[in-house]
Ligand binder design. Structure first.
Ligand code: GTP
Ligand code: MG
Ligand code: ZN
Length: 290
């Protein structure tokens, strides 16, 4: 038996890094809920193939869900790097939903505003200050410039790049890890291969000496971030500006929808909570099963 880490998952076939080689493994039976970042035990069948026997318990798991199923993104993360950009467009609801998923899975977040070389970015950079005030780490970068600051945030950690399609996740990854050769936007445009360039999550090792290394997972851009798996309590806890006002509403079971004496609605009225964040919170609460 050997142990290793899942670096890619294609249906029921998995690439495992055992520290020396990349081994292609399958699972026994129909089990397929294994994801990039998982630690596994496998029995080798040949030098470069094997069968996964066991998945070690996860420290955490980032995933989305709709009414029907969960969509696993990555496991055993030290950090989620949520990438946003003003071009092609900024989708605040997607950012908010990513943050909620990370909060509820106890995964620290770094918000990366990419494409600082474009003039459209300045307005968004100012808007994102609200998120800094909420306590999120945030940096502004360009994949076309020096990435030392981003590098320092990634050093020694396992991080996953998440966000909408076209924000530059794979471009950043290729600059950080020149050997990665991940497909980026230009390639798909050239091949006219549709909108999403990255179609599968993949884990890469960051270059550097033993003290400065780390792992970085690229993931496919998402259109939607379903959060069907979250309870009312988890949702309330995943918004820092709601969490910090717990117990301040007139009714102990206030859902912050339109109750009188609601401290959260009062904060929103006073400009202390972004209207978009209140709207996303309320729509998530509204979708919960009664
Ligand atoms: N101007 C500018 N363009 C960038 C920057 N970073 C990435 N791009 C461009 O943005 C486009 C999309 O980049 P990708 O890296 O493929 O985006 P992605 O987030 O990986 O997209 P998906 O794989 O579909 O999720 C490409 O044309 C990149 O060249 C940047 O810092 N500045
Ligand atoms: Mg990509
Ligand atoms: Zn309330």
């Amino acid at each position: 038996m050997k142990t290793g880490r899942v670096v890619a998952a294609h249906g029921r076939r998995f690439l495992i890094d055992d520290g020396e080689n990349i081994v292609e493994c399958v699972t026994r039976g129909r089990k397929s809920d294994i994801v990039c970042g998982d630690q596994v035990v496998f029995s080798p069948t040949h030098a470069d193939s094997g069968v996964i026997e066991k998945v070690e318990p996860r420290h955490n798991l980032l995933y989305r869900s709709d009414e029907f199923r969960s969509k696993l993104i990555a496991a055993n993360l030290d950090q989620a790097v949520v990438v946003v950009a003003a071009v092609p467009y900024f989708r605040e609801e997607l950012l908010i939903r990513c943050l909620v998923a990370c909060e509820s899975a106890d995964i620290p977040v770094l918000i990366v505003l990419n494409k600082s070389d474009l003039p459209e970015t300045a307005t968004l950079a100012r808007h994102l200050q609200t998120y800094v005030q909420l306590g999120y780490a945030q940096i502004t970068v360009s994949a076309r410039a020096d990435l030392a600051e981003l590098q320092s945030h990634l050093s020694g950690k396992t991080s996953v790049l998440v966000g909408g399609s076209g924000v530059g996740k794979s471009t950043l990854l290729n600059h950080l890890i020149p050997d990665a050769n991940a497909a980026t936007g230009e390639i798909s445009i050239a091949l006219d291969a549709g909108k999403h360039t990255t179609t599968q999550a993949r884990l890469y090792h960051l270059p550097g000496d033993a003290n400065h290394t780390g792992d970085l997972i690229d993931s496919p851009g998402m259109q939607e971030f379903g959060l069907q798996h979250l309870t009312q309590a988890a949702l309330m806890d995943a918004f820092p500006e709601i969490r910090s006002r717990a117990g301040q509403c007139r009714f102990y079971n206030c859902r912050h929808l339109k109750e009188p004496g609601c401290a959260v609605l009062a904060a929103a009225q006073a400009g202390d909570m972004l209207p978009n964040r209140l709207r996303v919170y309320q729509s998530l609460i509204g979708q919960l099963n009664p």
